[in-house]
Design a binder for this molecule. Sequence first.
Ligand SMILES: [Zn+2]
Length: 415
Amino acid sequence: MLIRLRALHFSKAPLFSLSEEDIQAHGHHVTCPVCETDLPPEIFARIGRHYSKSQLEICQCKECEAIYYLNPPGESQVDFYYQNLWNKTKGESLDSEVRVPTKVRRKISQMLGDLKLPKDIRILEVGCGTGSMLAGLIEDGYTNIYGLEQSKFRSKVSEKRFPRRIFSEGYASHKPRKSYDLIFCNHVLEHLYRPCDYIKWVNENLSDDGVAIICVPNQEWEQVPNQLFLLPHLHSMSSLSLSKLAELSDLSVRFWMRSDRCDEICIVCFRGEGKPEWSNSPFAELRDYPSIALTSQKERFKSMWSATNEKRGSSVVVNWANANRTIANAVQRWNGYTVWHRFWRHVFSFLAFRQRLAIRYWYPLNRGQRLINRLISSLGREVTDYNYLEYQITGKSSDGVPEISFNENAVVFLK
Ligand SMILES: [Zn+2]
């Protein structure tokens, strides 16, 4: 089976271009980059032309459930992507005058409040971006804050906001003179090559009763196409993945249950047991962490491909920012997503594609929604949270692993 994906021309996603030679030169993960098991992972899909000898392979760890590229693009390729494509599409340029942003985010400071940590602890944010989380901490009275940011543009912005508190480097090259009481990263771990190396670095650089916080997208909420085309994410992790990750350090883990985003997992790592006040707290252990997946990952992938197989001709997969639609696995939607957003999305789809799109809802529809849905639905059309992709089944791979290829304007461009 060969599934050909074609991105429609108005996709805004920047291209990540890889040639077959590039892929040939990629290294392979010998062990799981999250839990370091040497159990061979399950391969879910290969990305590349069916005639290519080398393809990107997407797999899932049998020990910790993490989904990752078995042979990810090299670090220089990913750096190039961030510096030249990602930043530019976001309008980030080092030449322009840096404006200090005013955005303030309080998630981490809320967590610290739940943990009842003192306000003068030494705090480091890894991947602080333009500093909105640090600003939230400052506003809530935390004084001893630092940020690490690899992007030259974003570290320049943060530096302007918090002079002499920002290190313009990645975590691996950061050698703190004094250990930190709190190290946190918010939606950064999934971009790192080897999360297992990160947790070891954290373990080494935390003070004796230090705490680490990690927030990542929740695998159970991520859509199958997003997991297939992870870039620039290199990993998709579950609550089990994060628990197994922490086992590589001498840190214990609890899950924070008050996240304002339903599609993420936040963990608190700490040394030993009993340091923070856990009783009657908004924290859970792995066994109490609520599972929200409708089906296992394997079933999700299987159902995606079998659903695809049953269709004749092509299907359209459409991305709408923040629209959580999935193929064969619609567990989620954004709570704040309003009927009007959906309505205009439908109108736009119709105008843009000149065709009707079927949208499946997993929650009770009101009358207006039902009517809209009926009007625009047709067989073989689906809307999801991925880019404007069209795929077509044209063949079959020898071992039954789906093969996917992209043309221009896809997120990953294989040539
Ligand atoms: Zn693993």
